[in-house]
Design a protein around this ligand. Structure first.
Ligand code: HEM
Length: 154
């Protein structure tokens, strides 16, 4: 009798936020990245640390329409939770993310992107995640930030 290897042990590497399913619409075979890294409290901490940096940034802070960054922090937390396999509250409240479209009103040039990423880097470091989880999260944040650039105007 040949030994049965479950797909998670034998298949190709999977994106961390796409759960493997037993059948096409079946239950997820393992915990989501969201659960693995500690759920809501981890994402709240990430975003709180990030916005601490944004609040002191002379380029980014003026871009935020509201003086209070609290509501923006809540939207980013909900988005990240949903993206990584947690509750879908973001889309229940805000609809489809369409993030590039939602960033069109703002001047996201390479300087803004690099500032955004610098604050995110400090925030990610504050979490003390296991190296693989940290790399997975950081890789995504970098790609997302590069994709959000909508102008090269200074
Ligand atoms: C690259 C530089 C970026 C800049 C300068 C930037 C700036 C902003 C600003 C000014 C807002 C409006 C604040 C609000 O009303 O919520 C916003 C919203 C938002 N941003 Fe960014 N952002 C950047 C990248 C990103 C990235 C990479 C992500 C996701 C990984 C992201 C996720 C969001 C989300 C979820 C919202 C709220 C959208 C909504 O539901 O209205 N942003 N961003």
């Amino acid at each position: 009798m040949s030994e049965y290897l479950p797909p998670e042990a034998s298949g190709p590497p999977q994106p961390a936020n796409v759960p493997l399913r037993g059948t096409e619409h079946g239950a997820a075979l393992g915990p989501s990245f969201y659960e693995t890294v500690g759920g809501r409290p981890m994402f709240e901490k990430l975003v709180a640390e990030f916005y601490r940096g944004v609040a002191s940034d002379p380029v980014l802070k003026p871009m935020y329409p509201e003086d209070d960054l609290g509501p923006a922090a809540e939207r980013l937390t909900m988005f990240l939770e949903q993206y990584w396999g947690g509750p879908g509250t973001y889309s229940e409240q805000r609809g489809h993310p369409r993030l590039r479209m939602r960033h069109q009103p703002f001047k996201v040039n390479p300087d803004a992107r690099d500032r955004w990423l610098a604050h995110m880097r400090v925030a990610v470091d504050s979490l003390d995640l296991p190296p693989l989880a940290e790399e997975t999260l950081w890789d995504y944040l970098q790609r997302a930030a590069y994709a959000m650039v909508n102008t090269f105007d200074e």
